[in-house]
Design a protein around this ligand. Sequence first.
Ligand code: CTP
Length: 409
Amino acid sequence: MLSGKRILLIVTGGIAAYKTPDLVRRLKERGAAVRCVLTAGGAQFVTPLALGAVSGDKVYQDLFDLTDEQEMGHIQLSRDADLLLVAPASADVMAKMAGGLASDLATTALLATDKPVLIAPAMNVRMWEHAATQANLETLKSRGVGVIGPDDGDMACGEFGPGRMTEPLDIVQAVIDFFSRGRPLAGKHALVTSGPTHEPIDPVRYIANRSSGKQGHAIASALAALGARVTLVTGPVALTDPAGVATVHVETARDMLAACTEALPADIAVCAAAVADWRTADAAPEKMKKDGKALPSLSLAENPDILAALSTGGDKRPALVVGFAAETEKVIDHARAKLAKKGCDWICANDVSPETGTFGGDSNRVHLVTGDGVEDWPQSSKARVAETLAQRIADHFAAAAQSVDQTSE
Ligand code: CTP
């Protein structure tokens, strides 16, 4: 079942680490090759000797161990794996992963990898439920990290609730499911735009908006998780590039259009970027100075509409073009009008009034407007919205393929 699969198991600090030799044994029984990285915290609960004995391989512990680095550099460790599995994943390692820290061998390997990552969290129930851990969890999910558990149950600390590491056999099943999961978008190229654009006024000032890029980046991850080859064209954001996604960084709307055109052909385009509608007609070549007299005035020019350009792209038009509509009132009416005006296939309409917290926040409420009607999706995390949209896109292509089959029968 896992024959030929190479798993890098990262064992972090937590009482559940004592179960990891059993986990290694079960993964190996199913044909996987398992190599272990043990953090200093993990080594308090399980010995390198035990993990080495069951994995049949050296256990890697120290980023600054010259022997380790000569035998197998931290980059090579993740390069040689098909999957990185963090079990148990402590609150600390989740926070470090979310924050992009590389303070030891485990976190360095996790930051350096472009391979899929699954985590099996294990911690005290209060730590699990803490807003910081939940925010880190959402960040990790939005970057495409898969999460196994945690389970409910009695804990070593005497409390009861969610936070117990999923049992080794169930983790093994999740790994098997991961490898055998249908990748319905395999063979498809998806182009996703994300974030704001920055339109220069002069070399230090620019026009921008409040978009964080969280929704667009999560969509890129979710499409990649379903097997699509994804090109993400992003404006300036404070997010790390999603794993397994080719990311192109741009500043202005015109750069974004050029990068999107360059990325074609694509089967799917999802325009989630909050592209600035206007740019300054003539950005000043040097920093503008106050001269104490007349106030400067900006003369604006309209930016190209990337969604409309992709939707009317002739034979280069992606088979499915999805836009977003950021509205503060009459959300559905405006979304319907945008669908018609821009010529795209679907619009994800969302209310971005300040009280909704959508811009910059972690959750979103989407109404999917298509030629067939409106679907109201529940308020959920941006990661969840992204998964729903990616699955909806996969279903659309599956239905289209089926109708072609029936016509040709
Ligand atoms: N969009 C785009 N290029 C632009 C403007 C918008 O690709 N120059 C895309 C966005 O990525 C989104 C959709 O068009 O998918 C709608 O964006 P939105 O900001 O809601 O609407 P606008 O077209 O800018 O119209 P308005 O600001 O008047 O609501």
